[in-house]
Design a protein around this ligand. Structure first.
Ligand SMILES: [Zn+2]
Length: 313
């Protein structure tokens, strides 16, 4: 067993110990004996241990050892495997088990669109332990992509060099896709959405516009609204929307603002990790719009449209 990186033990008077310093994760344990405290000190000094060693070190205190291990386990402070740095906060604040970390390792995520925003998103996913990515983009690396690609990669096909750039294997595991993500300009690619629906795959669009980035909504076939619902809702508000959408289809791709891309992709990654962990996701029936003028994103609600019929209500 090991302690989650960054676990904190603060001893208080009168047989009390405080674990953690944050409002969300900190907790207090009372009624500890000197034996309990000695065991705790040993564990926090070692950071990782075999339970058999712990029992050998404290042969007279089997009961106390079991009690302390339960406190740490119930508090979400222990894991069987190493939790990657940077994930520890999530791990012990919210989950308290190894399962979400395992889910990240087992996830297979498709990413279509490997411009600077797509690479920024992928990098963050990799940093959080998601290593199996299907990277798709037949465009060549252009001069304006050099903020993320290297000079030697200029002119190469983005999807050929992206695995090297991200340090992920080109060889993909033989398992089904967990989630598809597409980065598009102005509009979600309907062919991509249709293919995801046909395969029953959850899919997340990230849309770039001149001065904003819209993340979501997360489309889960049969459970949430679909892209067509969204299109119908936009048409309800603006009857000329189909005409505008047709014109936007052939428009040149948008270059997203770098700081905004970082902000929006960080939010997207947080949501993706929550989705993989089975935690509530803020992107179900909602998209979040980031723009440089506002410190916080604005939310747009999307419901299944009565004329679509994709979700049986
Ligand atoms: Zn629909």
């Amino acid at each position: 067993m090991r302690l989650i990186n960054g676990s904190v033990l603060l001893l208080r008077s009168g047989g009390k110990a405080q674990f953690g310093t944050g409002e969300r994760n900190g907790f207090l344990v009372k009624g500890l004996t000197p034996a309990h405290i000695a065991i705790l000190k040993w564990i926090f000094e070692k950071q990782n241990w075999y339970n058999s060693h712990l029992e050998r070190r404290f042969p007279e205190n089997k009961k106390e050892v079991a009690e302390i291990l339960k406190v740490l386990s119930d508090g979400g402070l222990t894991a069987k495997h190493q939790v990657p740095d940077g994930d520890c906060a999530c791990a012990f604040h919210l989950y308290g088990s190894d399962a979400p970390i395992k889910a990240r390792k087992e996830a297979l995520i498709g990413i279509s669109g490997l411009g600077p925003l797509g690479i920024s998103l992928s990098r963050k996913l990799v940093a959080c332990g998601i290593k199996s990515l299907i990277l798709r983009d037949h465009e060549q690396v252009k001069t304006r992509d050099l903020c993320v690609y290297s000079d030697e990669q200029l002119g190469a096909v983005r999807q050929d060099v992206a695995p090297l750039l991200l340090g992920v294997n080109k060889q993909l595991p033989n398992r089904s896709v967990t989630l598809e993500i597409a980065i598009c300009s102005y509009l979600t690619n309907p062919t991509w959405a249709e293919a995801c629906i046909k395969q029953g795959l959850p899919h997340l669009p990230i849309i770039k516009r001149e001065t904003e980035i819209e993340v979501g909504p997360l489309f889960i076939p049969g459970r949430t609204c679909c892209l067509h619902c969204q299109h119908l809702a936009k048409r309800d508000v603006d009857p000329e929307w189909p005409q505008l959408a047709a014109q936007l289809t052939g428009t040149d791709p948008v270059m997203a603002d770098t700081s905004l891309s970082e902000y929006a992709t960080a939010f997207a990654v947080r949501e993706i990790l929550s989705y993989l962990a089975g935690l509530p996701v803020s992107l179900v029936g909602a998209s979040w719009v980031f723009n440089p003028a506002d410190p916080l994103p604005q939310v747009r609600q999307w419901l299944p449209h009565p004329q679509c019929g994709c979700v049986s209500c």
